[in-house]
Design a protein around this ligand. Structure first.
Ligand code: FES
Length: 124
């Protein structure tokens, strides 16, 4: 029996200089808006191995307000979890998996993302 490793396609979404430390920026891919949050000097979550710097890619679309605003949200910590707060109704979404802390039925799509040198590599 052979084990198959699922290979996900990757793209260079943008570059390190496009990121804003401790804040969000929005990149487009395939008509999708992807909010990137970059926390230099902070490690990734303990349960996400193999990442030296905290960088998260989440859907820019806020399911509660219907607006594309997540990238303008404030990053913070709630109960030890890194979150972004929607700028409209202030729900908190966990950055590592997109789950809404106030309403776990709602979640943002998240994409695995990492820095390789100066390139922001997104897995599709
Ligand atoms: S950008 Fe993905 S649903 Fe709006």
């Amino acid at each position: 029996m052979s084990a198959l490793t699922a290979q996900r396609a990757t793209i260079t979404l943008c570059h390190r200089r496009d990121l804003v430390a401790h804040s969000g920026v929005v990149a487009w891919h395939d008509s999708h808006q992807i909010a990137l949050f970059y926390l230099p000097g902070q490690p990734r979550d303990a349960d996400v191995p193999d990442r030296s710097e905290a960088l998260y890619a989440v859907d820019n679309h806020d399911p509660f307000s219907g607006a594309n605003v997540i990238g303008r949200g404030i990053v913070g910590n709630v109960g030890g979890e890194r979150v972004v707060a929607s700028p409209i109704y202030k729900q908190h979404f966990r950055l590592r998996d997109g789950v809404c802390l106030e309403d776990p039925e709602q979640r943002l799509t998240v994409w695995p993302v990492r820095l390789e040198g100066d390139e922001v590599i997104l897995e599709l």
